[in-house]
Design a protein around this ligand. Structure first.
Ligand code: NCD
Length: 300
């Protein structure tokens, strides 16, 4: 049984398979969907706020002809009565064919996989990982560049300490040749050591040089909910703000990505610029998650 728990579980061959399958799913989607998951049920257990991840999982399942059951408010869940995750998962996996889960605790998806009778998809475990987001991010990069065949400079900006999408994407990018990585963050929210490799560059300021030479800038929200001291968040929340002046310094073919939601870090006036890729990126969540659902259900 295939679970999707961490970005580190994939090798290059598997990643190309997922990218090609996502491309096929985009074609299927454009033709109005498919019935390949008819009779199957996806359960979404989301114990932290979500718009894109949950809805694109659900949309993906419905586009494949399947159905969904959903628990979205921890206050209405037996977890609030004191039920442990292990029990919830034992039960919900008996009601469904796949379970997508988001929670605030690192390692919960991994824990869930040990008690589930069906595949678990990690939709974000606290400040840990967000592997399905990283796969749709990779698909976005794959659509723009010749991944593995051209040299790319990818710069991660923002909250690199708590930003789980960064942790997963940088891990996945290690599978490809010719990718240079820059990490740009205030020291308090710098990238954790375990994600840094020899050759990576670490900065505390977003310089014009970075703006000009990056092929991909991956910006992230300062993760307010993860700070122990609110004053630290207040001090860091506008560390970097992308405005048209900054984005216009990027190469014409370069892309500005963001997992969304954005708060203050990218002005809405940037949205019309050709580098702004974040809405298309979010849209890529549907075909990518269709591919992942098809894969864990063993259709391919
Ligand atoms: C991200 C998340 O939940 O980690 N959102 C998403 O899934 N697209 C990023 C964030 O919340 O900042």
């Amino acid at each position: 049984m295939l679970h999707i728990l961490s970005a580190s579980q994939f090798n290059q061959k598997e990643l190309y398979e997922i990218l090609n399958l996502a491309h096929e799913m985009e074609i299927i989607l454009n033709k109005g969907g498919s019935e390949m998951a008819r009779g199957k049920i996806l359960a979404t257990l989301f114990y932290e706020p979500s718009t894109r991840t949950r809805l694109s999982f659900e949309s993906a399942m419905i586009r494949l002809g399947g159905k969904i059951i959903s628990e979205t408010d921890v206050n209405f869940s037996s977890i609030t009565k004191g039920e442990v995750l292990q029990d919830t998962i034992r039960i919900v996996s008996g009601y469904s064919d796949i379970v997508a889960i988001r929670s605030k605790t690192v390692g919960d998806a991994q824990l869930a996989s040990q008690y589930s009778s069906v595949p678990i998809l990690n939709g974000g475990d606290g400040a840990g990982e967000h592997p399905t987001q990283a796969l749709l991010d990779l698909y976005t990069i794959f659509k723009q560049f010749k991944l593995g065949k051209e040299t790319l400079e990818v710069s991660f900006v923002g909250d690199l300490k708590y930003g789980r999408t960064v942790h997963s994407l940088v891990t996945i990018l290690r599978n490809f040749e010719g990718i240079k990585i820059n990490f740009i963050a205030p020291t308090e929210i710098a990238i954790p050591e375990k994600y840094v490799q020899q050759g990576d560059k670490i900065f505390t300021d977003l310089s014009d040089e970075i703006l000009k030479k990056s092929d991909v800038i991956y910006d992230t929200r300062i993760q307010k909910e993860r700070f122990e001291e609110f004053s630290d968040y207040e001090r860091l929340k506008e560390a970097f703000v992308f405005d048209p002046e900054k984005v216009n310094k990027m190469k014409d073919r370069a892309i500005l990505m963001h997992p969304l939601p954005r708060v203050n870090e990218i002005l809405q006036t940037v949205d019309v610029l050709p580098q702004a890729k974040y809405f298309e990126q979010a849209q890529n969540g549907v075909p990518t998650r269709m591919a992942l659902i098809a894969k864990v259900l063993d259709f391919f």
